[in-house]
Design a protein around this ligand. Structure first.
Ligand code: HGY
Ligand code: MN
Ligand code: MN
Length: 408
């Protein structure tokens, strides 16, 4: 198994890696994404698995007959945030194939169909909405909404899919496909240090915090940076900057998180007062009420700052994912399987503030997640890391889980 994991990992490593930053730019429907998809297809074919792409561009590799139903599905995503790390997403896909190899080496006999999946556009780096592939499949993103998505250059999702050789006319909810899934298990690198602190290699997910993305458009007046008196300016950058500080304050007060990580400025000239500052807020909290309080507080502050500077403000919620509680029965079963298989291994149960395709599917099929230790907790950064021993432990754990679920 170790060698199959390492070989896959080595093959995937150079794809979409930016030479200056060392981070990954595997954005949906780009050349790097196509290379990742070609890699997935090759893995499926090398293993004699039935390869298919669903109507939303998600890739599947099947062992057994999907039509038999009650399938056990595992996998994750291969796309990345801008300058992302190597592990967020790919660790789950590579571990899925490696776990399957391990089960075959063990001589496992499968009583349920098994599939490995690569969900498209999990990070939403290009079109601004996370988990597009799984949201469409689950019917949580309508076809009309999907067709309204555009990237920073004005390319629509449909145009991007078409350019990549996929049919955007076919996208939409896929309840028949979901009905054939009995359980979905996503393995993921931990995006925090809970496992490092507890001294465990592998954990099980309990819940995902509710989270969303809001776009704040501050509109003022473009003018000359050298000749416009300070008192005459309508500079949206000022209210934006004050709003960033307010976001930090509100999040601290509530024990939540709030981040402005992306900004667009017009006209974006060094010597011009901006006419528009567009900032995207990502905010997450342990519960809905707290999240509402935080975002409400940030918006209220933003309006006050905008008024004070003669700035027009529009706030649009671009996406939202409610709290996700993973299926308790499946979660307990994973705990039982792992503690039995690994001779009473301690497997902590952890919540997370990160979104996942597993969270999107959780409302439709029994879903669970495994986390693999991340010694620094860093994620969405080139510095993201997991030790090879821990990745191998994750593959063993996933193999045990798949065997426990699909071979009984
Ligand atoms: O943004 C997130 O939480 C996820 O990594 N897509
Ligand atoms: Mn991510
Ligand atoms: Mn991820």
């Amino acid at each position: 198994m170790g060698s199959s994991f390492q070989e896959m990992w080595r093959e995937l490593l150079p794809i979409g890696r930016h030479s200056d930053s060392g981070g990954y730019r595997r954005h949906a429907w780009t050349g790097a994404d196509a290379d990742c998809r070609a890699w997935f297809r090759q893995q499926a074919e090398d293993r004699g698995l039935a390869y298919e792409v669903d109507r939303n561009g998600n890739q599947w590799a099947w062992l057994g007959d999907p039509a038999a139903g009650d399938a056990v599905v595992t996998g994750s995503h291969l796309d990345s945030v801008p300058d992302g790390g190597a592990f967020d997403g790919p660790l789950g896909v590579v571990s899925s194939f490696a776990a399957l190899d391990e089960l075959r080496a063990r001589g496992a006999r499968f009583s349920r169909p098994l599939a490995v999946v690569n969900f498209g556009d999990e990070e939403g780096a290009r079109f601004g909405l996370a988990c597009v592939g799984s949201r469409l499949t689950a019917g949580l993103l309508t076809v009309e909404e999907a067709h309204r998505l555009t990237d920073g250059d004005g390319t629509t999702l449909a145009q991007a899919m078409e350019a990549a050789g996929y049919d955007p006319e076919g996208i939409g909810a896929d309840p028949g496909r979901l009905a054939r899934i009995g359980a979905f298990v996503e393995l993921h690198v931990e995006q925090g240090r809970a496992l490092d602190l507890s001294g465990d290699r592998v954990g099980i997910a309990s819940a995902i915090w509710p989270h969303g993305r809001w776009r704040f458009d501050f509109r003022g007046e473009a003018n000359h940076a050298g000749t416009t008196r300070l008192v005459d300016r309508r500079d949206p950058m000022l209210s934006y900057a004050e709003t960033v500080l307010a976001a930090r304050r509100e999040a601290e007060l509530a024990g939540a998180v709030a981040t402005f990580g992306k900004i667009a400025v017009e006209p974006n000239g060094v010597n011009a007062i901006p006419s528009l500052v567009r900032g995207w807020l990502d905010s997450r909290a342990a519960d809905q009420q707290t999240l509402d309080t935080v975002v409400g507080g940030i918006e209220k502050a933003a309006r006050e700052y905008a008024d004070a500077h003669g700035i027009d403000l529009d706030v649009v919620r671009e996406s939202f994912t409610p709290v996700v509680e993973f299926d308790h029965a499946l979660r307990d079963e994973l705990g039982r399987i792992l503690t039995t298989a690994s001779d009473h291994l301690k497997v902590p149960v952890l919540g997370t503030g990160a979104g996942h395709d597993a969270g999107i599917l959780a409302g439709r099929v029994p879903t669970a997640m495994l986390f693999v230790r991340n010694p620094t907790g860093v994620s969405h950064s080139p510095a993201e890391f997991a030790a090879e021993d821990d990745c191998v432990a994750g593959v063993h754990a996933l193999a045990d889980v798949l065997e426990g679920l699909a071979c009984r």
